[in-house]
Ligand binder design. Sequence first.
Ligand code: FAD
Ligand code: NAP
Length: 323
Amino acid sequence: MTTHTTRMLIIGSGPAGYSAAIYGARAGMEPIVVQGLQPGGQLTITTDVENYPGFEDVIQGPWLMEQMQKQAEHVGTRMMWDTIVEVDLEGGSPFRAIGDSGDEYVGDVLVIATGAQAKWLGVPGEQELGGKGVSACATCDGFFYRGKKVAVIGGGNTAVEEALYLTNHSDDVTLIHRRDELRCEKILEDRLMANEKITPLWNKTVERFVAGENGALHHLELVDTVTGEKSTLEVDGAFVAIGHAPSTELFKGKLETDASGYLIVEPGTPKTAIPGVFAAGDVMDHTYRQAVTAAGTGCMAALDAERFLAELEDSRRQAVAAE
Ligand code: FAD
Ligand code: NAP
């Protein structure tokens, strides 16, 4: 077991974690970023990004995250390929975290940027058929359904983008939404409606994912949310895109969360109730959940961390002088 000590420990390597690292490194806090199971975060499972400022042309999510990582490393961030399995926030700064590798991380300040993970419907067949027709990432698995029939479940930005993306591989894409109105941005709705390869199926939810004789997904059992009428839809692939839940398991009982599990911060700041522990990005933001807002709150966390450290180091100096 190795102990890695830093003035600024960052858990998570999405736009929030990397932005906190860029600011933290430039402020001399020599950050460590523990990257977790998804280095680069959610944008690594998407393709086109056209709303992150600074790029005239459409850019690719994985490329953007690679640039952020390189930028953070270039200014002095240490990247750790590890996943935090336990944190100790008791007693205040310094804070301790244990990685899956067995290594220990100790930081004078802690920035939590663990983001969010895909939600599942929780209906029969969904988990059993994972990798056999059911997926939560069209950009990762869409290729396997070349020329086949696919469905996307959900009505937000992710679902519509996934449906549009799948038309690169399939001419028969059904978008299943539980209402008759989409939640996504207007520009995406217009693209969806104009795409002849996509058929929206309104007011329907999936009750069950059913396998065929070969053990792979064969059809979906649907129920109409207005009439209660049951129906089936034969598909080879189904992509669940019903949103994301914050990754806050690690902090249960240690930091306050709202009813949906998002970390609670002092309004307008990334400060949690524990001085020196900051939260940035999707893990604390159930409203905006964008790459640019995650990067913004990552920056705020680093700036507040710098102030916290300056005060902490001042008070430590005064205590030594008084002895
Ligand atoms: P995330 O990107 O969720 O990153 C979380 C990080 O925490 C990951 O690196 C993970 O490995 C790490 N982590 C989690 N738990 C641990 C642990 N225990 N130990 C160590 N590390 C851990 N936004 C836009 O602005 N434009 C878009 O075009 C866009 N497209 C999207 C497409 C899709 C398919 C999805 C799913 C989202 C999209 N978003 C888009 C939203 C955007 O990706 C998120 O708002 C943003 O990534 C949030 O950043 P974050 O840094 O808070 O967290
Ligand atoms: P979201 O906006 O929360 O949308 C989730 C969708 O799934 C909603 O349409 C919801 O229906 C539906 N849904 C939720 N639970 C369901 C259930 N149990 N059964 C059936 N349907 C269910 O999630 P998201 O689309 O993943 O987006 C998350 C965030 O990332 C958003 O802030 C979004 O703007 C951002 N994002 C941005 C982009 C972009 O800017 N291009 C791309 C992707 C994501 P209702 O509508 O009925 O609630």
